[in-house]
Write a protein that binds this ligand. Structure first.
Ligand SMILES: CC(=O)N[C@H]1[C@@H](OP(=O)(O)OP(=O)(O)OC[C@H]2O[C@@H](n3ccc(=O)[nH]c3=O)[C@H](O)[C@@H]2O)O[C@H](CO)[C@@H](O)[C@@H]1O
Ligand SMILES: C=C(OP(=O)(O)O)C(=O)O
Length: 448
């Protein structure tokens, strides 16, 4: 497998505990959306704590294509985005961005407000389920948009100013909630959204929009009320840290019997993860600058785990933690309720020596949308098992990081193919691995 002409394989020599300090910056699931929000402003916006990951580069390219000037700010990780020339942009080559990430769908509202029309190429993102976008188009229609499906994407038009509306989401979708926010802020009148997603990244996006001049109220019952305004200004914002990346490193510390200080990790957005980590037998210590995660010695404990929307256990935490669960004593049960196909990555772990059995039934606490529908969305992990190095092909972002963790915890050498995918959401992961003492090499290249 090759990427950009270079061999996209990492050799991982396992069996060394990861130990040391790394830093996480702004969240992959907030930063690109805050960048899209800059399109709504009449003046420049400043976003700080921006990580150098592929999803950010994709949105940067899309913004520039739409006439937004994007340049680095004064401090490292700062972006300045000026949307003043959006109306006069000549948008060409948008097809080149097809399949790049899930973010292009969030351009709909801002472009409809600014230009009266929008073209959205096919989306990318992780292949962990069907990932339909029906809620997005349904809410845009409710705001008054006309949508036409074309061969290469979706064409949207707003014949007149979009109007606020009352929306009930069938499921608290993160993306659909963001779609509503980014559309309602400049729509005429009030929008009331019920059954909204309330992930910390959504709260941070609301903070960004409020800084721009939006009026948004969040109730405690998943209701968000947005009072549309006539115009918005730019913002100056420091992105919240990436709680998903932080949890990935925490799981790596546990699975490799290591000790990692994650600078930038924050307790508030990780409380559910921290409770679970403690139940498994992982240790952590929180200070003002970050969180130290380590394996305290002795046996890890098996648990029952169910993923859910916030404040439940985030689905993106699931895959890395499952690798640590292969080292816990007894039977752990994992019920994935957010994506129907997010457990496929476990077959490679079984090839490495893990004992993970998948089930179609909803195992654990509740019945979810996927029960009785032929989706292998529950797992029983029996441990502890000794993992052996293997040839692994990365299936998706978190699955890929999980394979790295498994390879690092295993005896012997693994060849991990497709590592370029990890750059989509993990900044400088190769440098971080080496800082933590991992024995990794790119065949034919000297690292470090
Ligand atoms: C870039 C980004 O922020 N990605 C995150 C975002 O993805 P994303 O915003 O795509 O995830 P959603 O919350 O929308 O999806 C949750 C569930 O709703 C379903 N659904 C969603 C939209 C729709 O129109 N129809 C529909 O049926 C999906 O198939 C899925 O089963 O939230 C997910 C859930 O926390 C995270 O795993 C992803 O990391
Ligand atoms: C599923 C994920 O991301 P995306 O929605 O960008 O595919 C993820 O970050 O694990």
């Amino acid at each position: 497998m090759t990427v950009n002409g270079s061999d996209d394989v990492l050799l991982v020599h396992g069996g060394t505990p990861l130990s040391g300090e790394i830093r996480v910056r702004g969240a992959k699931n907030l930063v690109p959306k805050a960048m899209v929000a800059a399109l709504l402003g009449s003046g420049p916006s400043r976003l700080r704590n921006v990580p150098d990951i592929r999803d950010v580069r994709v949105v940067r390219g899309l913004l520039q294509l739409h006439g937004v000037t994007v340049r680095p700010g004064d401090e490292p990780g700062e972006l300045v985005m000026d949307p003043t020339n959006v109306e006069s942009a000549n948008v060409a080559d948008i097809d080149a961005h097809a399949g790049s990430s899930r973010i292009p769908i969030l351009f709909c509202g801002p472009l409809l407000h600014r230009l009266g029309h929008a073209f959205i190429p096919g989306l990318g993102g992780c292949d962990i389920g069907g990932r339909p976008i029906d809620f997005h188009f349904e809410v845009l229609r409710q705001f008054g948009a006309k949508i036409e499906k074309r061969e290469d994407g979706q064409y949207l038009e707003a014949p007149r100013r979009l109007r606020g509306t009352k929306i009930q989401l069938p499921y608290p979708s993160v993306g659909a909630t963001e779609q509503v926010l980014l559309t309602a802020v400049l729509a005429e009148g009030v929008t009331e959204l019920s059954n909204a997603a309330i992930e910390p990244e959504i709260e941070d996006l609301i903070c960004v929009l409020q800084k721009m001049g939006a009026i948004i109220a969040m109730d405690t019952d998943r209701t968000i009320r947005i009072t549309g305004v006539d115009s918005l200004g730019g913002y100056n914002h420091k992105a919240l840290p990436d709680r998903l990346e932080a949890a990935s490193w925490a799981s790596a510390a546990l699975a490799t019997e290591g000790d990692i200080y994650v600078r930038g990790a924050q307790q508030r957005s990780m409380m559910t993860f921290l409770n679970t980590y403690r139940k498994v037998g992982g240790a952590f210590e929180i200070d003002d600058e970050g969180i130290r995660f380590w394996h305290p010695g002795g046996q890890l404990k098996s648990i029952a785990l169910e993923t859910d929307v916030h404040p439940g256990f985030q689905t993106d935490w699931q895959q890395p933690l499952v690798v640590a669960l292969t080292q816990a004593t007894g039977l752990s049960i994992v019920h994935e309720t957010v994506y129907e196909s997010r457990l496929g990555f476990t077959s490679a772990l079984n090839q490495m020596g893990a004992h993970i059995q998948l089930y179609r039934e909803c195992l654990g606490g509740s019945h979810c949308r996927f029960g009785q529908r032929n989706f292998l969305h529950s797992a029983v992990v029996s441990g502890p098992t000794r993992l052996q190095g293997a040839d692994l092909v990365i299936p998706d972002l978190r699955g890929g990081f999980s394979y790295l963790i498994a390879a690092l915890a295993a005896q012997g050498t693994s060849r991990v193919h497709g590592i370029e995918l990890i750059n989509r959401g993990y900044e400088n992961f190769m440098e971080k691995l080496m800082e933590l003492g991992a024995k990794v090499e790119l065949p034919g290249k000297a690292l470090g």
